[in-house]
Design a protein around this ligand. Structure first.
Ligand code: CP
Length: 314
């Protein structure tokens, strides 16, 4: 592994999953890997889980971590190549990333999409600049199109809670009051469409089709209730339209995941990456039920990050 930005970087996913479960069983057993190493974490956008789980993962591995809230804690960054910097920007991303690479052995970066310019977002314009200018391995803490650490944590969670050899996993669109990125569902599809022991189904209203680059031929079922039938895991998430880029096309409350939806499943478990708008995406009754995995799923963010750090620092 050279960088960690998508499913493709995971390589042998089953081997990486097994390593994560090994690390989780003995979280402080690999401290030689992180000894005298520094993990740099740069956030261009807010975070609770990614920020804290990454610090904890570094700590478990015996490494130190620093965090920079880009823009708020540092100079205003210029992104444009060849810019004449006589305006409000104070430091070029080229210099900032190269300098930060001097201060760490691996660099995690979060850069959200604009949701305005699909071409710029889907070409990962900003993240690719970071990859270009970094001189140490780079981990995506969520880019414009993907959130691989979340998907890896989701895979760990499904592997831990599955009760049969094969499982049906359903990614369902859920309503929201704001336009959200496609990163989490793109990434979930990028990973789960490849897992040999998963029957993967995506359900959403028409118009919410994700980029086929990530869904990779996965079954799409427009009837949410039909999709839920016999499901072992329901992964709820809102996203804005990819085709009508960044737009909210539906507020249909019948897509809110409630106990009636869950009754259609095979005693299915409910997952969500968090943060979640309760009683907008999923009802309290479902989120507070014994079948909700949202807290252990968030806990597994430590082990997805710790495993990736282990691979990159070993
Ligand atoms: N799921 C997730 O990435 O949470 P944060 O945005 O709080 O980091």
């Amino acid at each position: 592994m050279k960088n960690f930005t998508s499913f493709a970087d995971a390589g042998d996913y089953q081997a990486l999953l097994n390593k994560a479960l090994e690390i989780k069983a003995d979280p402080f057993g690999y401290q030689h890997v992180g000894k005298n190493k520094t993990v740099g974490l740069i956030f261009f956008n807010p975070s609770l889980r990614t920020r804290l789980s990454s610090i904890k993962a570094a700590y478990n591995l015996g490494a130190q971590a620093w965090v920079l809230n880009a823009g708020a804690d540092s100079w205003t960054l210029e992104m444009a190549d060849g810019a004449v910097m006589n305006g409000t920007t104070q430091e070029h991303i080229k210099d900032a990333i190269a300098v930060m690479s001097q201060y760490c052995d691996v660099l995690g970066v979060r850069t959200f999409p604009t949701l305005k310019d699909r071409e710029a977002d889907y070409s990962e314009e900003v993240f690719n600049k970071i990859l270009k200018y970094a001189t140490v391995p780079v981990i995506s803490l969520e880019s414009a199109t993907l959130h691989p650490l979340q998907s890896f944590a989701d895979l760990i969670t499904v592997a831990e809670y599955k009760q049969t050899e094969r499982v049906k996993v359903v990614l369902t669109w859920a309503p929201h009051v704001r336009a959200l990125p496609q990163c989490v569902p793109n990434s979930f599809a990028d990973w789960f469409s490849e897992i040999s022991w998963v029957d993967f189904v995506i359900t959403h209203p028409r118009g919410y089709e994700l980029d086929e680059k990530f869904t990779k031929g996965a079954r799409i079922e427009y009837d949410q209730k039909k999709a839920f039938e016999g499901a072992d895991f329901i992964y709820a998430k809102n996203w804005s339209s990819y085709h009508d880029y960044g737009q909210i096309l539906s507020h249909d409350q019948s897509w809110l995941v409630d106990t009636d939806h869950m009754k259609l499943t095979n005693n299915g478990k409910l997952m969500h990456c968090l943060p979640i708008r309760r009683n907008v995406e999923v009802s309290d009754a479902v989120l507070d039920s014994p079948n909700a995995l949202i807290i252990p799923e968030a806990g597994n963010r430590v082990f997805s990050m710790q495993t990736v750090l282990h691979e990159l620092l070993s």
